[in-house]
Design a protein around this ligand. Structure first.
Ligand code: NAD
Ligand code: DAU
Length: 370
């Protein structure tokens, strides 16, 4: 696993370490600002788990580790993941997301090709943002043409007729999504050129515990807690398709084991929300859990300058994954978001150590000399 100390990666590591005691799970992570080993405190001493602090761009290091450990599968999540940062510093995104992925691909090819591809798998985790933005043809919302268990909640609506499918052409807009798109192309090129057994998934917005508080949901929960302004980009009309992170981790486990070589699967929640509506729900739940009158923090909402190139709408059609591998989201948004707000409020110490920067001392304190 790469990027296992990050938000989604830590959920995937936890799932695999608990579910597969006979596997040896190696978490390779550079520990950038987004990497937090405290996310994995509960499983860090398990015999089937090892953490290695390494940059995916370190080709020699990755090659040596793969040979030493006899790695036969890679689940690649390591990336620079925040769109706003990519607008300020695109080079880091090209370095990690493009060249880092290429370095892993080259290492996997070098180690696996002489042994034969049988039993090997390179699983690349990508994003729905590579497809660009969808139009909002129905700003008031319409009944979606397909539903799943998780989409039967009363708030669920679609804001247009079009959805991202696996056949859609790539039209990335931000430096982040351009770099992710480029990495996807390299993964497909390694499959088509050398026969590397690859699989790619493109997932929608995740939410849940352990997300770095630069992203909308944890940032806003923490700001509500401290009664700080909630900076809403533009008019808050942009639409995202939210998926509970544990449902994504379950999909990753399933696809790693049962997905077909060379295939792409979209993963989504069938759960479109305008940002402003998500924010109102967050305020209502956070106020209630903090014992404040519900909605009393509505005045924290502050409309600010829009994000440059801000994609209007993302909406995933994940019926291929449903049809071929039987996956569907398990949680209603209402339940998932309540669990999420409660987790952040119950884990104030985690949040405070992230916002103070203390979480970055954990590696030195706990892993030095291991
Ligand atoms: P994150 O920013 O929380 O974590 C990224 C992890 O990668 C961190 O632990 C970081 O230390 C590590 N990392 C960064 N650069 C590295 C490098 N050069 N070498 C080794 N490790 C490095 O990210 P996330 O939100 O958990 O996203 C994980 C993956 O899933 C990314 O590839 C992202 O593009 C993709 N994705 C995320 C979402 C989402 O909603 N968060 C949705 C779809 C896809
Ligand atoms: O769609 C998948 C993608 O979702 C992942 O590939 C990315 O790694 C992940 O960061 C996420 O990208 P977004 O840009 O959609 O997520 P973010 O949480 O940054 O923003 C969600 C929406 O909220 C977006 O429309 C911008 C808006 N926003 C965000 C922040 C941080 C605000 O209005 N104010 C804010 O302060």
């Amino acid at each position: 696993m790469t990027g296992g100390a990050g938000f989604i990666g830590s959920h995937v590591v936890r799932l695999l370490v608990n579910k597969y005691p006979d596997y040896r799970i190696i978490n390779l992570d550079k520990l950038t600002y987004a990497g937090n080993l405290e996310n994995l405190r509960d499983i860090e001493d398990r015999p089937n788990y090892r953490f290695v602090k390494m940059d995916i761009c370190d080709f020699d290091g990755v090659l040596k580790l793969m040979q030493e450990e006899g790695v036969d599968g890679i689940i690649h999540l390591a990336a620079e993941s925040h769109v706003d940062r990519s607008i300020k510093d695109p080079f880091t995104f090209a370095q990690t997301n493009v060249l880092g992925t290429l370095s892993l691909l080259q290492a996997a090819k070098a180690v696996w090709q002489p042994l034969g591809w049988e039993g090997k798998r390179f699983y690349h985790i990508s994003t729905d943002e590579v497809y660009g933005a969808l139009e909002m043809t129905h700003p008031e919302g319409i009944e979606p043409p397909f539903t799943t268990k998780a989409s039967s909640g009363e708030h669920h609506l679609a804001y247009g007729e079009k959805f991202f499918t696996e056949e859609m052409k790539y039209q990335p807009h931000s430096p982040y999504s351009a770099a992710k798109a480029s990495s996807d192309h390299f993964v497909r090129a390694f499959h088509d050129t050398y026969g590397l057994p690859t699989v790619i998934t493109n997932c929608s917005n995740n939410y849940g515990p352990y997300q770095f508080p630069e992203k909308l949901i944890p940032l806003f929960i923490n700001n509500i807690r401290h009664r700080k302004p909630l900076p809403v980009y533009g008019k808050g009309e942009n639409v995202r398709d939210w998926l509970f992170v544990e449902d994504h981790a379950r999909a990753i486990d399933l696809i790693f084991h049962e997905g077909k070589d060379g295939e792409t699967y979209n993963i989504g929640g069938f759960n479109e929300w305008k940002n402003i509506d998500v924010i109102k729900v967050l305020i209502r739940i956070t106020d209630r859990l903090l014992g404040r009158p519900e909605g009393s923090d509505d005045d924290l909402i502050t409309f600010v300058t829009d994000r440059a190139g801000h994609d209007l709408r993302y909406a995933i059609d994940s019926r291929k994954l449903q049809r071929e591998l039987g996956w569907e989201p398990s949680l209603q948004f209402e339940e998932g978001i309540e669990r999420t707000v409660k987790w952040y409020l119950d884990n104030e110490a985690w949040m405070d150590r992230v916002t103070s920067g203390d979480y970055q001392k954990y590696y030195e304190e706990m892993y030095k000399g291991r």
